[in-house]
Design a protein around this ligand. Structure first.
Ligand code: SF4
Ligand code: SF4
Length: 382
């Protein structure tokens, strides 16, 4: 079987010319826009616009990366639009705050909202055969995925594959957290979604990634790379290995490896471009909810005790109720203008942590888990 090619290109800053050159080279290493998007009419470029956030916070795809990708796509596509469905706020607000709207104006393309969807059937779906997908995604002749490399409280990591979750309009996303509460089944659902929308090419903005408690409250981490591939699973697998993380700790990549839904194993991937050794990061921190996943194999009791739970920081909570609106099982109430979580009914999806605009929700492990954490750290096992 031919190996899947992943372009890995050094890019140390968001200087427009540096990014444009890096993205152009990444496309070229994959055969160029002409071969990636042959005969394409309208292309939909999908960045990560998780929330209305400034680009330096590393929550959203950097506007210079979006602009450089649009420039490449415009070489062959008749029409290009840019869109996403944010978890908080609306598309246009998130695009303005993140600088993506201005980048689109400079590139001469429009930002479109993902308010409405169409039913897309995936007969081969493992856990989900029907998705409601944003109209611009369904109507585009090609999807160009432009993700941000970040950690993620629930899945451990979000990159090229998880970015596709934004193809589902607005609050419909919450429904999937209720239906697929386990990490493994949620991961399988993401692979079914990948089969439904099938991007022509996936670009990963890892110039500045995010580690720690991502995807909204982690630490911006200079990584210095632009990656790209026709296989988003392969892009994510390469990115994680560079960060010193076994890709199979991420549920959807483990499932992809088991089900042959993309290239995960090193021997199945051909990295082209700059040498991987020049990117390696040794202290990339996974999020609190996902440390030491290897202990989960010891069973249910261990699983419960080492899974972090969301805890409201009353000093930081402004009472905005964003978390209440974003909680899939509706287990957050407001009392005296502060959020209160019913932990007995909490499914630990961490949507509240992701959406809180004030960073007022911590993911906290219990005493047993913290003791284990310290013990494992002392052994230097991650
Ligand atoms: S925890 Fe965050 S999202 Fe929830 S009410 Fe407080 S500030 Fe708002
Ligand atoms: S409280 Fe937070 S972690 Fe718990 S179910 Fe609601 S959104 Fe998910």
């Amino acid at each position: 079987m031919a190996r899947v090619r992943v372009a890995l290109v050094k890019c140390d800053s968001y200087d427009p010319e540096v990014v444009r050159t890096a993205v152009e080279r990444a496309f070229s290493l994959l055969g160029g826009a002409e071969s990636l998007l042959p005969g394409r009419g309208t292309c939909l470029v999908k960045p990560n616009l998780l929330s209305p956030s400034r680009p330096e916070l590393a929550i959203t795809t950097n506007p210079e990366v979006v602009k450089a990708v649009v420039t490449e796509v415009k070489k062959v596509a008749e029409g290009v639009v840019v869109g996403d469905s944010p978890g908080r706020g609306d598309t246009l607000g998130a695009a303005e705050a993140s600088g993506v709207a201005q980048a689109c104006r400079e590139a001469g393309v429009s930002v479109v909202s993902f308010d409405e969807g169409l039913d897309v059937r995936v007969p081969e779906g493992r856990v989900c055969k029907d998705f409601y997908v944003a109209v611009p995604v369904v109507q585009a002749e090609a999807l160009v995925n432009v993700a941000k490399m970040k950690t993620h409280g629930f899945m451990g990591y979000t990159g090229a594959v998880k970015n596709l979750y934004g193809c589902i309009p607005g609050t419909r996303k919450a429904k999937f957290h209720l239906r697929y509460q386990g990490k493994e089944e949620f991961g399988l659902m993401l692979l079914d979604l990948l089969a439904a929308v099938r991007p022509a090419v996936s670009v990963l903005d890892a110039v500045v990634a995010m580690d720690g408690d991502g995807p909204s409250h982690g630490r911006p981490r200079p990584f210095g790379a632009i990656m790209a591939s026709t296989d988003p699973v392969a892009v994510d697998s390469v990115a994680l290995r560079l960060a010193g993380v076994d890709p199979t700790v991420v549920p959807y990549l483990k499932a992809a490896a088991e089900h042959g839904a993309g290239a995960v194993a090193e021997e199945d991937i051909e990295v082209v471009g700059d040498p991987p050794e020049s990117f390696t990061i040794k202290d990339f921190r996974m999020p609190s909810g996902n440390r030491h996943r290897s202990l989960l194999r010891f069973g249910g009791i261990m699983k419960k005790s080492i899974t972090a739970r969301p805890v409201i920081n009353l000093m930081k909570c402004t009472g905005c109720a964003v978390c209440q609106r974003s909680c899939p099982p509706q287990v957050i109430s407001m009392s005296r203008k502060k959020a209160v979580i019913d932990h007995k009914r909490c499914i630990r999806c961490y949507c509240c942590h992701e959406m809180c605009p004030s960073g007022a929700i911590d993911l906290r492990m219990g005493l047993v888990a913290r003791a284990l954490d310290r013990f494992i750290d002392s052994l230097a096992i991650k």
